[in-house]
Design a protein around this ligand. Structure first.
Ligand SMILES: NC(=O)C1=CN([C@@H]2O[C@H](COP(=O)(O)OP(=O)(O)OC[C@H]3O[C@@H](n4cnc5c(N)ncnc54)[C@H](O)[C@@H]3O)[C@@H](O)[C@H]2O)C=CC1
Ligand SMILES: O=C([O-])CC(=O)C(=O)O
Length: 317
């Protein structure tokens, strides 16, 4: 049975993620972590979740803590702490501020829960994954971020709507930055197992418009209702279920790549990765020239900002 800790559980994403993952039968306990001062909120949140579980017939145990010692024994730690962007900000604008928060939690995790798998949600998620990797000291296959999994789901639903098919018939992927330079892999997109460009209607698919919608989904939702909650929460639950059931599914998460995508490496970025109970393993792939060039551009963006954040964090030390 599995024990999961959510750091940043008092936030919008952390609290819904707690609810979503608690429906996974193998999860025995979810610990809600918050900052000192948030004890009352955490007690209220845990009571609210317990009521929900009773209503649903869910057997997961809920606990809460503000003490890093209680991270010990966690199998999976989900880190959602950090500042959320305003609708007119880029996720990259949060890099230094959230870098400090993520580095500090990563150090705590390295000290107390070095056997855990660490899933990063805080934005900009690719850079925060690199920060968590460096400051936790955990091996690369045990530190990864939500990456472009949610973007891939957004693209999937747009394609399903256009072709008027069930979402489960659409397989697609977005790789690269969880941000403006993300790269849709049309070459890896199928509907009902058929390569999308072999379907006559593909020539009418408004690809640019769809990608604009995917890229601006987060800011539109933030402008309309304050934050994105259900999309990320359920995307997190899918990743966690894939881990605990040792499914070996290939999801597009932010992982440290060495040479899996042509010769590009030494960066944390959204790539297809095999997700197992033991960790996350990027799948070696070859891309057509246009997608490769776009991915290279995306990795450069992430590499540059990661470098700047590392420099800012070194000044802190
Ligand atoms: N990767 C993805 O797909 C997604 C990432 N996010 C990111 O997740 C993060 C959380 O988003 P929300 O839950 O909407 O924000 P929120 O504002 O509702 O919650 C933020 C959480 O971080 C904690 N926190 C804030 N500043 C802190 C500090 N200095 N030290 C320790 N803890 C601190 C708060 O106590 C709270 O628990 C943001 O960075 C957001 O951009 C959100 C949605 C999707
Ligand atoms: O857009 C944001 O800031 C939150 C997020 O990453 C998403 O929902 O994709």
């Amino acid at each position: 049975m599995v024990k999961v800790a959510i750091i940043g559980a008092t936030g919008q994403v952390g609290s819904y993620a707690a609810h979503a993952i608690s429906q996974i039968p193998q999860i025995k306990e979810v610990t809600l972590f918050g900052r000192d001062g948030n004890q009352q909120y955490l007690e209220g949140l845990s009571r609210d979740l317990v009521d929900s579980f009773a209503a649903r017939g869910t057997n997961t145990r809920i606990s809460w803590s503000c003490d890093e010692k209680d991270l010990r024994g966690s199998d999976i730690i989900i880190l959602t702490s950090g500042v959320a962007r305003k609708a007119d900000q880029s996720r990259l604008d949060l890099a230094v501020e959230n870098g400090k928060i993520v580095a500090s939690f990563a150090e705590k995790i390295g000290r107390t829960a070095s056997e855990a798998l660490l899933l990063i949600i805080s934005n900009p998620v690719d850079i925060m994954t690199a920060v968590a990797l460096k400051y936790s000291g955990l091996p690369p296959h045990r530190v990864f971020g939500l990456g472009t999994h949610l973007d891939s789901m957004r693209l999937k639903s747009c394609i399903a709507e256009f072709f008027n098919v069930h979402v489960s018939e659409v397989h697609t992927r977005i790789i690269g930055e969880h941000g403006d330079t993300m790269v849709p892999l049309w070459s890896a997109t199928t509907i009902g197992g058929i390569q999308i460009n072999n379907l006559p209607a593909f020539s009418h698919l408004p690809k640019d418009k769809i990608m604009e919608r995917v890229k601006t989904s987060g800011s539109l939702i933030i402008r309309s209702k304050g934050s994105t909650v259900y999309g990320p929460g359920d995307a997190i639950a899918t990743v966690v279920r894939t881990i605990v059931e040792d499914e070996h599914r290939i999801l597009t998460v932010s992982a440290f790549i060495k040479k899996e995508v042509h010769d590009i490496g030494s960066v944390c970025i959204g790539v297809p990765a095999r997700i197992t109970r033991g960790g996350v393993f990027p799948v070696p792939i070859k891309l057509p020239d246009d997608e490769l060039e776009a991915f290279r551009n995306s990795t450069e963006t992430i590499r540059n900002v990661t470098r700047q954040v590392f420099e800012a964090l070194e000044e802190r030390e």
